[in-house]
Design a protein around this ligand. Structure first.
Ligand code: PNW
Length: 485
């Protein structure tokens, strides 16, 4: 596609909003301060230190529990329109259940929310970013259908406490990671490997839990607060390796995207038909009596369908898809291959690699993904709730700036050329933080965090200056430094 660029083309539409994100477990620390309960990630790091690259944990992390004023100051320095952060379930509900609400936890989030609003920055709040109470994990966690009840109770508490001031809500961050990555890989909490059962039980339960929270907001809180609620889905863009792999690539999209989006965003609801069929076939072939993908009742289909006010997408990278050859082995989905579809993934030769094994650079992927979503689910409002780049060290990060520029240029193309109704963009992350199984070794921050400093000093990287300038000027057009990745 040949596009001629003029200065105006590199400008974001008026009213477009820029933010940055973090998540509770990755930044807060204070894992057992006051009455806070234990989460599955606290347990995982303490019990299996070897599963974390630098044998670290979230006990102190960026100490945002104590440093929240500095976090707000950074958001203000950048000129962010919104700050996306998550609530720690066990900081607010130490037992995991709504029988007791922590005063300390309530105070912490009130301070953060009020402090942001004082500076004119909108709080954009995720209810669940992977830190399930260990008490609920002990009862089966996301594979137990009762999780929808527990999550609904928790959501109602959060909406009740903070709904007067928070207008933007994400129920659950990246269901595909909570289900497919967790139960296929063993590299995340809990380390239970159950690709043929656990991943699919979780899939349905997460859809139900999201819908319960959405319906609660819709019925009990929207009339007085008029906020917006969605779920943040993580999408890797899949391109076919050869034209012969086109059908398989589309099936892989339905498996990675459709299995988490179709029940909510499609006109018909429920699972994507192609996936329902493919997974039933493979389950029967494996000797199960029925599909591993649990069916929805008609009532459940209706209950989940339409439970969104906008589409929230996290996006970082792309893959090429091809048919597996006879006898080939599979790496775990969705970072890699999909054994259930007989699909192998690889990178395209000209895509640059990064310090992170799952992360290849392919800016066009973000545009293609948005166009595909619009074509599948219609002309709805989109917000990019995460996009960002990993490095291992340094305050000077030209490569991160290059990544942001290249991806944001594709975002502009999606808006201007493809007519995607995209109203906001979120950089991951405001600061370096606990990058799950990478520990503190992988850094996504616009701000560097000094983990040797007891106060976890934060220092802006060059990319922070780039982002600040973008938010101020609304344009990517900065002349000579406007280069391609
Ligand atoms: C997201 N993938 O995770 C999470 O929401 C963040 O907590 C995390 O720190 C960030 O991205 C960077 O890793 C990902 O399958 C989950 O490609 C899945 C993938 C990528 C990132």
């Amino acid at each position: 596609l040949a596009v001629s660029w003029c200065a105006e083309d590199l400008t974001f539409p008026p009213g477009f909003k820029f933010g940055a994100a973090t998540a509770a477990f990755q930044v807060e620390g204070a894992w057992n301060v006051s009455d806070k309960g234990e989460s599955k990630w606290d347990r995982f790091c303490h019990e299996f230190p070897h599963k974390i690259q630098d044998r670290s944990n979230g006990d102190v992390a960026c100490d945002s529990y104590h440093q929240w004023k500095r976090d707000i100051e950074m958001a203000e320095e950048l000129g962010l329109h919104f700050y996306r952060f998550s609530v720690s379930w066990t900081r607010l509900l130490p037992s995991g259940f709504a029988n007791h609400i922590s005063e300390d936890g309530t105070r912490y989030y009130n301070n953060l929310i009020d402090g942001l609003l004082e500076k004119g920055i909108e709080p954009f709040v995720t209810l669940y970013h992977w830190d399930l109470p260990q008490s609920l994990q002990d009862l089966g966690g996301w594979t137990n259908p009762l999780v929808a009840d527990w999550f609904a109770d928790y959501a109602r508490v959060v909406f009740t406490l903070f709904g007067d001031r928070v207008k933007w809500w994400i129920t659950i961050n990246e269901p595909i990671v909570i289900c497919d990555v967790v139960y296929n890989s063993g590299i995340m909490a809990p380390p239970i490997i159950s690709p043929e059962t656990g991943a699919y039980l979780c899939n349905k339960n997460v859809m139900m839990a999201h819908a319960r929270a959405y319906r609660i907001y819709d019925e009990e809180f929207r009339p007085k607060y008029q906020g917006k609620v969605s779920v943040a889905n993580h999408h890797i863009w899949f391109d076919p390796l050869t034209p012969a792999d086109a059908e398989l690539a589309e099936l892989a999209r339905q498996n990675a995207v459709g299995r988490y989006a179709h029940p909510i965003y499609s006109k018909t609801g429920g699972w994507p038909a192609s996936i329902e069929k493919a997974l039933e076939e493979v389950s029967l072939k494996r000797g199960y009596s029925k599909s591993s993908l649990p069916a929805f009742t008609q009532e459940e289909i209706e209950f989940v369908r339409g439970t969104y006010d906008f589409y929230a997408m996290n996006h970082y990278t792309s893959r090429l898809i091809r048919k597996a050859r006879e006898g080939e082995t599979f790496n775990f989905w969705p970072f890699a291959d999909c054994i259930d579809l007989g699909a192998k993934v690889q990178k395209q030769e000209d895509w640059d690699v990064t310090s992170t094994f799952w992360f290849f650079i392919h800016p066009e992927g973000i545009r293609r993904q948005l166009a595909w979503l619009k074509q599948q689910y219609g002309d709805i409002e989109f917000i990019i709730t995460e996009n960002g780049f990993p490095t291992v060290e340094g305050i000077h990060d030209p490569i991160r700036i290059k990544y942001y520029k290249a991806y944001l240029k594709q975002v502009l193309l999606a808006i201007k050329e493809d007519g995607v109704y995209l109203t906001g963009y979120t950089a991951w992350s405001l600061m370096d933080n606990f990058e799950w199984s990478d520990g503190y070794a992988t850094k996504f921050g616009l701000y560097q965090v000094d983990y040797n400093d007891p106060h976890r000093k934060r220092t802006p990287r060059d990319s922070a200056r780039f982002y600040k300038n973008l938010i101020k000027t609304y344009t990517l057009d900065d002349g000579a430094t406007q280069d391609e990745l």
